[in-house]
Design a protein around this ligand. Structure first.
Ligand code: DX5
Ligand code: ZN
Length: 236
């Protein structure tokens, strides 16, 4: 069983010292660096563009995971790839032709992700899931760090886990929003494998303790899930 991956979101970092913050969470044991890109249109907040990503790329050897919360994300995929993003995730709600958008990410040479807002049903993934490297389920309405986890997301994670396993796919389930030591066990037990945490990492000190506390609870959740599915298959 692969271990849980922890992806600190720099949305909650000190933007005045962004490169140092990226280096600090890298040193503290992060697995990916999560980059929340917001345009003030798709979401009611503005963050940063590819130039900032390129500016901090040298601060870490970890995968850079770009989460584009922007309208017309297709126009920006190549720019974020060129800036050093290893994966590019766009929102299904932001594009007209989701299949085309996913191909665009792959053609740019990045791992392809699709994100769904809390209200968006999984059915939108039915005919594209096989083309994806990751699905990002929003567990808050996107736009801000520090919001509360929406509990109904747990059912959605479990349903997506079933879809992925039923097809025998290797698609990461990433969960983003309100992930912290109070929620991560259930998020992992429901079937997630990549855990985005903004305020729970950057709002805590030291970062290494915050990351390992989240990782330990995520691992326990994954183990609980594995034990439950083993018991179910023995009982079957
Ligand atoms: C929300 C962003 C998240 C956010 C998570 O729109 O996509 O990545 O930073 O922040 P926390 O972990 O504080 O909920
Ligand atoms: Zn995000």
């Amino acid at each position: 069983m692969p271990g849980p991956l922890i992806a600190p979101s720099i949305l909650s970092a000190d933007f005045g010292r962004l490169a140092d913050e990226v280096a600090a969470v890298t040193e503290a044991g992060a697995d990916w660096i999560h980059l929340d890109v917001m345009d003030g249109h798709f979401v009611p907040n503005l963050t940063f563009g590819p130039k900032i990503v390129a500016a901090v790329r040298g601060a870490s050897p970890l995968p850079f995971d770009a989460h584009l919360m922007v309208s017309r994300p297709d126009d920006w995929v190549q720019a974020f790839r060129d800036a050093g993003a290893d994966s590019v995730t766009l929102h299904a709600e932001a594009v007209q032709h989701l299949h085309r958008s996913i191909q665009g990410v792959k053609q740019a040479g990045a791992r392809a992700g699709v994100s769904l807002n809390p209200h968006t049903p999984l059915s939108v993934l039915e005919y594209v899931l096989d083309d994806l490297d990751l699905v990002l389920l929003m567990s808050v309405n996107p736009g801000f760090g520090g919001q509360s986890f929406i509990p109904r997301t747990l059912d959605k994670i479990a349903a997506l886990r079933k879809m992925i396993d039923a097809r025998g796919l290797d698609v990461d389930i990433q969960v983003d929003g309100g992930v912290n030591t109070r929620t991560v066990f259930e998020v992992a037990r429901a079937g997630a494998d990549v855990f985005v945490a903004g305020s729970a990492v950057f709002g805590a000190r030291p970062y290494a303790a915050a990351i390992s506390a989240i990782r330990d609870l995520a691992r326990e959740g994954l183990e609980a899930r594995a034990a439950a599915s083993k018991a179910a298959s023995v009982g079957a």
